[in-house]
Design a protein around this ligand. Structure first.
Ligand code: ZN
Length: 402
């Protein structure tokens, strides 16, 4: 008996070691995968291209004309087409840190303006969508449906009135927090002070349900995730979050919450950032928001700070992830929550280190291929690529109608 156990252990160790050592082969896209991919409405939950324009103070879109290849960015129109993207949520993100909140409201309006004008600047390829019906119609016309998500409740300065105006401007999700805890909601990467949501936070979730704005739980603490899931009457989203069980970053989604997302009929859209999907990299990124706060104190000047931060990141490179690590997260969410509750939320142009074979917005067909390789059927793949998100958004629209 002892020998059997010993042999079993050895065998187990051997399997573990092989998995860790032998790299999994690159994904090669086949015509079969491409055909499925073309049939799908590929929806991505989070892209930070608007922030790239803000960083360069370029509201005229002169630095980056996305009609042409822009190798400095993850995103441009030729690659969006290559990637078969059907609908993109553009993030209206502004800094929450070290600023009066009222400044965030102004900055957010400017970011929404940038998104509106970006869409107007490329009318042959982009069109604003605020409903699922819009997405289907725009996709049929061969264009990319463009949606707006506001990344962080600091953007409304504690005001349900501002929230309502954001909805009127076309905003269809709001992430409850970014990296900072607010008066009414705790972030995953800051000191908690509300045990989740405050009474105002509960009211804001209810108001979002009433308006038909999706409640986005990326970036919030696990307590806030659970609290919001208790309050909401509509399905929630995680616009760009991965699985905590595989990579224990506090802004990833733990298994008990994945089960609640299943019961809520919501969706977790996986984030592609190496620092959120690879455990070795998580060890390095866990303190990143904390580190950035130190830099803010040390370098009050934003330009100086950016240079110092770039240097710091260069001196502390992350280990390399690849497409298999990302699809492992999809697999895990399917295993715990089910195939109806997972989607894609790349975070392109908001992240630095991207996995091999997922370098930019042209990469999505490889995910389709890898899902096929892992035995997913066409129906399941169409759900993961975008069908699930459309179902969630439709349910949020229905809840608002009630
Ligand atoms: Zn984010």
């Amino acid at each position: 008996m002892k020998h059997v156990i010993f042999a079993f252990t050895l065998c187990f160790l051997f399997v573990e070691a092989t998995q860790a050592q032998s790299p999994r082969p690159p994904v090669v896209v086949t015509p079969e995968a491409l055909a499925i991919h073309r049939e799908a409405i590929v929806v991505d939950g989070h892209n930070d291209l608007p922030w790239q324009y803000r960083k360069r103070n370029d509201g005229a879109f002169r630095t980056y004309d996305i009609a042409r290849p822009q190798p400095e960015l993850h995103t441009d129109l030729p690659r969006l087409k290559q990637g078969g993207v059907g609908a993109q949520f553009w993030a209206a993100y502004v800094r929450a840190e070290a600023r009066p909140r009222v400044q965030a409201v102004k900055d957010t309006l400017e970011q929404i303006d940038i998104i509106h004008r970006l869409i107007q600047a490329y009318p042959a390829d982009l069109e604003l969508a605020t409903t699922v019906a819009d997405i289907r119609r725009i996709r049929k016309a061969g264009k990319i449906a463009s949606l707006i998500g506001v990344e962080g409740g600091h953007s409304i300065d504690n005001s349900p009135g501002v929230l309502r105006k954001l909805y009127q401007l076309g905003v269809r999700y709001m992430t409850l927090t970014h990296s900072e805890t607010l008066d009414w909601a705790d972030s995953a990467t800051d000191t908690p002070k509300n045990h989740g949501l405050s009474p105002l936070g509960e009211d804001i979730v209810r108001e979002m349900n009433r308006l038909g704005m999706m409640v986005d739980l990326s970036h919030v603490s696990a307590a806030t995730m659970k609290h919001a899931l208790r309050i909401t009457t509509a399905p929630v989203i995680f616009s760009h979050s991965s699985a905590f069980a595989l990579a224990d970053h506090p802004r990833n989604v733990p298994d008990d919450v994945l089960k609640l997302v299943r019961d809520n009929r919501g969706i977790v859209m996986v984030n592609f950032y190496t620092g959120f999907i690879l455990p070795e990299a998580v060890r390095m990124t866990r303190g990143m928001f904390e580190k950035y706060r130190e830099f803010e104190k040390k370098y009050p000047d934003e330009k100086e700070r950016e240079i110092a931060w770039k240097q710091y990141r260069k001196e502390n490179p992350l280990p390399k992830a690849n497409i298999h690590h990302l699809v492992d997260h999809i697999d895990h969410i399917v295993k715990v929550a089910g195939v109806d509750h997972v989607g894609l939320g790349s975070d392109y142009d908001g992240i630095t280190d991207t996995p091999t074979q997922l370098e930019d917005v042209a990469s999505y067909p490889r995910i389709t291929q890898e899902l096929l390789n892992r035995g997913y059927n066409k129906e399941a793949i169409l759900k993961i690529l975008g069908g699930n998100m459309l179902r969630v958004m439709e349910a949020v629209e229905q809840t608002a109608k009630k």
